[in-house]
Design a protein around this ligand. Structure first.
Ligand code: GRF
Length: 196
């Protein structure tokens, strides 16, 4: 299956997915990696000779034009699945019309808890002892689409945001790799861990 990854940052989740595709038995290949900026994460693709694209909001008249351009840039690679892995923009109706239902996002919290761009900081501030990672289908809301998979991650007393986020990312990487494989082989069953 053809996967396009969208990212905005370091791209460690994208790197994990790329590493998984090194296994010929993995049922997906990453055909392109796109970003809304010249993100360092694009380097993971460049190093492998995988196509990259950048779709900057400021290069377009408004969000609608940006959204349409992003949809076209993704479509050029004929993806079966689009994976938002640390992509920090909210996609619009053009992207959703084209890829809704096969566009997933990974979020560093147990949605619906702590949606938005500061999930790890918010979980720490809330003083929860357990947070986690969620892979969900993207819908028109912010981190509101149907949950496909979740994994719990403990919060430790001496955690700061960076430490907790790194622990979550370790879990996120595996959850994303496993969920993408399940989705493209058609067993998109629900993989949420039974609450302990
Ligand atoms: C991940 O925790 C993702 O859930 C969040 O941003 C982080 C991206 O990390 N939206 P990286 O850029 O893949 O290292």
């Amino acid at each position: 299956a053809r996967v396009v990854v969208l990212l905005s940052g370091t791209g460690s989740l994208c790197a994990a997915l790329l590493a998984a595709t090194d296994d010929p038995g993995y049922p997906a290949t990453v055909v392109a990696v796109g970003s809304d900026r010249d993100a360092e994460g694009l380097e993971h693709a460049r190093r492998r000779g995988i196509a990259t694209f950048t779709c900057r909001l400021r290069d377009h008249a408004d969000r609608t034009a940006w959204d349409a351009a992003l949809a076209a840039a993704i479509a050029e690679h004929r993806p079966d699945l689009v994976v938002s892995a640390g992509f920090m923009k909210i996609v619009g109706s053009a992207v959703l019309a084209r890829f809704g239902g096969r566009l997933v996002n990974t979020h560093p919290a147990l949605l619906p808890a702590f949606p938005g761009a500061h999930a790890v900081r918010d979980a720490l501030a809330a003083g929860v002892e357990v947070t986690g990672s969620t892979v969900h289908l993207v819908d028109a809301g912010i981190d509101t689409g149907p949950v496909l998979a979740q994994r719990e991650v403990p919060v430790l007393p001496e955690d700061d945001e960076a430490r907790l986020h790194e622990r979550i990312k370790t879990v996120e990487r595996k959850l994303l790799v496993d969920t993408v494989a399940r989705l493209v082989t058609g067993h998109a069953g629900n993989d949420t861990e039974e609450p302990r």
